[in-house]
Design a protein around this ligand. Structure first.
Ligand code: NI
Length: 140
């Protein structure tokens, strides 16, 4: 059985701030730099969702790109686009809104849904900027 991976890309824009309440202002700025700006800042995020499965001979694919698009829209773009990641996203409450935590959170949102489509979530790549991104492939 040949397995293939497919990837769907989506984009969202969101605001955030990196800040640790346990530290004073000076330490926050020392550690987080301009990401600690008190009045927030935004990023144009880009997420790449890679799914792996066995091709169904009748269709030639294992998940319809339209279904994958709909999942990403419902669980990633709708809850995150034009939001404040620190304040508006329940699954980020109490966590730093770093690209690392965000990519894990997105994985946890969509992995169970992808599994119901008979395929496997292989990797999520999340770009915070053009040059900086995080990859997550689940726990292993
Ligand atoms: Ni930032």
């Amino acid at each position: 059985m040949k397995q293939v991976s497919i990837t769907r890309r989506a984009r969202f824009n969101a605001a955030h701030k990196l800040w640790n309440e346990e530290w004073d202002e000076a330490k926050n700025f020392e550690v987080f730099g301009k990401c600690a700006h008190p009045n927030w800042h935004g990023h144009n995020y880009e997420v790449h969702v890679t799914v792996r499965g066995i091709i169904d001979e009748a269709t030639g694919y294992f998940i319809n790109f339209t279904d994958l698009k709909a999942i990403i829209n419902e669980y990633v773009e709708e809850p995150l686009d034009h939001r404040n990641l620190n304040m508006d996203v329940p699954w980020l409450k109490g966590k730093q809104t770093s690209v690392e935590n965000l990519v894990i959170g997105i994985w946890e949102q969509i992995e169970p849904i992808i599994a119901t489509h008979g395929c496997t979530l292989e990797r999520i790549r999340l770009y915070e900027t053009e040059n900086n991104y995080a990859d997550y492939s689940g726990e292993s």
